[in-house]
Design a protein around this ligand. Structure first.
Ligand SMILES: Cc1cc2nc3c(=O)[nH]c(=O)nc-3n(C[C@H](O)[C@H](O)[C@H](O)COP(=O)(O)O)c2cc1C
Length: 357
């Protein structure tokens, strides 16, 4: 049997396979409340055989939304709207996960569907953004530097959102510390110019992430806690795989059990070269250096390609984004590509379509 379709033990719970759905913003909510679009969108991937379905970047406070149309978990109406969506994912055999997020200086931006770019002005439904330092992402509005009380409030907001996420039925909580959003902004020396206990040394830059991990652990002790990190800023003087590996080790000591290794997003001048499997080497480096379970993501689009990443020992899990959008039954197809169609969890309703081995 393939590695891709072998089950995985995570913090005492079993995930049915190692082909997961990466979080993907849908920019389709009103007041942070998920709706019918999110329900159909996420449930279809569970029918399509995913091991874990991770719901999109979900803001822990309103000002943490990337766009005004992002989903959230800062109030109980949002929690209650998530609950049937989460149940639909679980009913189809996948583990429901959610990415808890705060966009920091990259918040309050136009959704891609508007055709506009950059920051949404306050008088058009946007808001004042916050960041570790008052340094803007190129082309976006200036953020205000968080003071220590503001940092404490961010930690509490992550914990409160974690409680709501668990109440809604989510089993995996992924902290979004990648792609240039708030937790990554604290990690990277390119965006964190603070001179207090949250800036300067690696320990100080990692302090907020570790506090959030501690707070979420305490608030949701039974949830599977994972972290998505960018393993490099792809920019001179920025965040890199060595710093990532050190912080991942610390995060594991604080109770995170899995690390979803992505890259980039912090600065507009990043020099990123994409292509099939373009971030796999980063996952492999973190896995080897930190000795933790990691996921590889980025242009992994076929069963054999995914299987070879696992067989090489570069990652424990494959996450995919766009391939699930092209083919919501990606896992069913991947098993067929690997010559073992029955290894995928075909819904009984669809088995008549399953190819013979
Ligand atoms: C429509 C779309 C929305 C995305 N939204 C998020 C998000 O909410 N959080 C996140 O960490 N990454 C997000 N990403 C990045 C994906 O999770 C993934 O890392 C990236 O697309 C690379 O994987 P792929 O080549 O398999 O698509 C998004 C990507 C797409 C295409």
């Amino acid at each position: 049997m393939s590695l891709l379709f072998s089950p995985m033990d995570l913090a005492g719970r079993t995930v049915r396979n190692r082909l997961w759905v990466a979080p993907m913003c849908q920019y389709s909510a009103t007041d942070g409340v998920p709706n019918d679009w999110h329900h159909v969108h996420l449930a279809q991937f569970a029918s399509g055989g995913a091991g874990v379905v991770i719901a999109e970047a979900t803001a822990v406070v309103p000002e943490g939304r990337i766009s005004p149309e992002d989903v959230g978990l800062w109030n109980d109406a949002q929690r209650d709207a998530w609950a049937p969506i989460v149940a639909a994912i679980r009913a189809r055999g996948a583990m429901p996960g959610v990415q808890l997020a705060h966009a920091g200086r990259k918040a309050s931006t136009w959704s891609p569907f508007t055709g506009q770019r950059g920051s949404v002005p306050v008088d058009a439904g946007g808001w004042q953004t916050v960041a570790p330092s008052a340094v803007a992402f190129d082309g976006f509005a200036d953020p205000v530097a968080l003071d220590v009380a503001g940092i404490d409030a961010v930690v509490e907001a992550f914990a409160a959102a974690a409680v709501r996420a668990v109440a809604a039925g989510f089993e995996m909580l992924e902290l979004h510390a990648a792609h240039g959003y708030l937790l990554h902004q604290f990690l990277s020396p390119l965006s964190n110019l603070r001179e207090d206990e949250y800036g300067g040394s690696l320990e100080n830059r990692a302090r907020l992430l570790l506090r959030v991990i501690d707070a979420v652990r305490a608030a949701a002790p039974d949830a599977i806690l994972t972290v998505r990190l960018s393993a490099t800023d792809w920019a001179e003087g920025g965040w890199d795989a060595a710093q990532t590996s050190t912080v991942v080790r610390w995060a594991a000591e604080h109770g995170a059990v899995f690390f979803d290794i992505s890259s980039g997003g912090l600065v507009a001048h990043q020099q990123i070269v994409t292509g099939p499997g373009y971030q796999v080497h980063l996952a492999a480096e973190v896995r080897a250096a930190a000795g933790v379970a990691v996921g590889a993501v980025g242009e992994i689009t076929t069963g054999p390609q995914a299987e070879s990443v696992l067989a090489e020992g570069d990652a424990d899990v494959i996450l995919a984004g766009r391939e699930w959008l092209r083919d919501p039954h990606f896992a069913l197809r991947a098993a067929t590509e690997l010559g073992e169609p029955a290894a995928a969890p075909w819904p009984p309703q669809y088995v008549r379509a399953r190819p013979r081995a």
